[in-house]
Ligand binder design. Structure first.
Ligand code: PMP
Length: 286
């Protein structure tokens, strides 16, 4: 049984509880982060902490812990649950005022609630998926207008994964005004020659922590980076496509809406970027 963390306590998972009035439960009034673990160490912890601060501040939500405490909790959970490869999930919600009300409760009397738990995922770095690549379908992007905030409103992304499953593929890319925004839980990229193309940041997509790192590594490896939107037709005609996220790292996309991307096999740029990302991230993991 896992040991989890809830509001100051480490508990067996079946004893950890939050109120039925918690605003995360009633209103999806919460934010989250997912940090991956390789060799029992946290990948890009500082990036995830920085984005957590931003999400909280955009929603006027109080931060229940200091950064030092946050690191300590992450490390304790990794140790207590003996995680070698996997992830730490962190969620902060606006807590419970003991009733349901649309108006935000006063943070002085209603503290934010914080929950963390681990998931063990052996083979995260060298699983078979990366060698095969994944297949995606396009779906309309029907999420809210502040996708740059990492909220727990994941109903539409869940529906998107179900649409992908129903279509017999691995994931979905979302489309707005004819252009790809991002994957259901990842950022989307195409490659043309020596150029990597991925949507520019804005309220329409989440600024991925993996995206920031991968674009830096790409530039360091003398690749060109173009931050602009692209369509499904452009992606289908590209040399390569891939996604990034904290738990998939860099994952080749080999088919889009039933059409193979180039030869239909993982491309060399995505494969190389995956190697660089995993190698460099491991070196500086904490
Ligand atoms: N976009 C969305 C919608 C996501 O849910 C995620 C993963 N949380 C990402 C992009 C990738 O972000 P990161 O690289 O920080 O995991």
């Amino acid at each position: 049984m896992r040991t989890v963390y809830v509001n100051g306590e480490y508990l067996p998972e079946d004893q950890a509880k939050v109120s039925i009035f918690d605003r995360g439960f009633l209103m999806a009034d919460g934010v989250y982060e997912v940090t991956s673990v390789l060799d029992g160490k946290l990948i890009d912890f500082d990036g995830h902490t920085a984005r957590l601060h931003r999400s909280l501040s955009e929603l006027d939500m109080a931060n229940p812990v200091t950064d030092a405490e946050l690191l300590e909790i992450h490390r304790s959970l990794v140790a207590k649950n003996a995680i070698e490869e996997g992830l730490v999930y962190l969620q902060v919600t606006r807590g419970s005022s003991g009733d349901r009300d649309f108006v935000f409760p006063d943070p002085k009397t209603t503290p934010s609630s914080i929950v963390l738990f681990t998931q063990s995922k052996p083979g995260l770095a060298f699983g078979p998926a990366a060698a095969k690549g994944i297949r995606v379908v396009s779906i309309p992007d029907q999420r809210w207008g502040r996708r740059d905030i990492k909220t727990v409103q994941l109903l539409y992304p869940s529906m998107g994964k179900m649409m992908a499953k129903a279509a017999g593929v691995d994931d979905a890319w979302m489309i707005e005004d004819g252009m790809v925004t991002e994957g259901t839980s990842n950022n989307a990229y195409i490659v043309k020659g020596n150029t990597i193309i991925t949507r520019h940041l804005g309220h329409e997509i989440l600024s991925g922590i993996t995206r920031t790192a991968v674009l830096r590594f790409a530039r360091e490896a003398q690749m060109q980076v173009e931050e602009r939107s692209f369509s499904i037709a452009e992606a289908q005609g590209a040399d390569e496509a891939f996604i990034t996220s904290a738990t998939t790292f860099v994952m080749p996309v080999v088919e889009i809406d039933g059409k193979p991307v180039a030869t239909g096999a993982p491309g060399s740029v995505a494969t190389r970027l995956r190697e660089i990302y995993i190698e460099e991230s491991r070196k500086v993991a904490i």
